[in-house]
Design a protein around this ligand. Sequence first.
Ligand SMILES: Nc1ncnc2c1ncn2[C@@H]1O[C@H](COP(=O)(O)OP(=O)(O)OP(=O)(O)O)[C@@H](O)[C@H]1O
Ligand SMILES: [Mg+2]
Length: 253
Amino acid sequence: MGRVIAITGKGGTGKTALSAMLIRHLVKAGGGERVLAIDADPDANLADSLGVEEVMTVGDMREFLQDSRLTLPPDTDKRALLEAKIFEVLQEEDGYDLLVMGKPEGAGCYCYVNNLLKGIMERTVDQYDLIIMDTPAGLEHFSRGVMPDLDTLIVVTDASRRGLTTGERIQELAKTLNVKYKHLFLVANKVTEINRDKIMENAKSLGLQVIGTIPYDESLAKLDLTGEPLIDLPDDSLAVVEVRERIIKEMGL
Ligand SMILES: Nc1ncnc2c1ncn2[C@@H]1O[C@H](COP(=O)(O)OP(=O)(O)OP(=O)(O)O)[C@@H](O)[C@H]1O
Ligand SMILES: [Mg+2]
């Protein structure tokens, strides 16, 4: 089974940016791993960060299946139909595949999409060496047992104390939700000279292992402002350098 790496953390800390940079690195390094990127955030934007324009989401597939319920003969094998459709949402990109979860049904019911995702995970996890999953803030959207067993849970935090305690809270949440993981790492993002020491100190006092401190990076902020994909970040961008020189290595990738 492939290594599943989930990126989580408080809203706006840089989960999507880190996910996109990890995928960027894996694609550029060309190590030959079969990589699957999953955007599990209903406000999906990992695809944008990766520069992928048209995506069919698990949510779209749910709608298709719901609509087809009305037109298909009642004896249709829905499971078989589902299996056939699953491979349609796995989008083939240059050097990796992409799966976007999309919007849940109606007023925040994630059950159906979650179940579809679970089915997809069970069927595809073996076909990849590395699965990088950008999750929504917190893990609350995952109902019990939907998340596959994780190799690594990465909590992205900003420099605030509150950001760091998220790491601790997520540890507890993971336990409650029965999300299993082998390693839990912290990545501090938007770090400046002023807050670097404080971050390390706070992380230490919480017993969390920091595997990277990504500087506040103007080139990254600029791409975001102009709506350009982060996959186009230059190799010498400060954030990209930290991912390449430290985070990837600490993760053993
Ligand atoms: N190292 C960095 N330097 C400068 N800007 C950054 C950095 N990391 C992220 N940003 C900016 O911070 C904002 C939030 O980043 P991002 O969307 O990756 O966070 P997120 O945790 O995925 O947010 P959400 O919870 O909304 O999904 C974006 O505008 C992004 O461009
Ligand atoms: Mg995001």
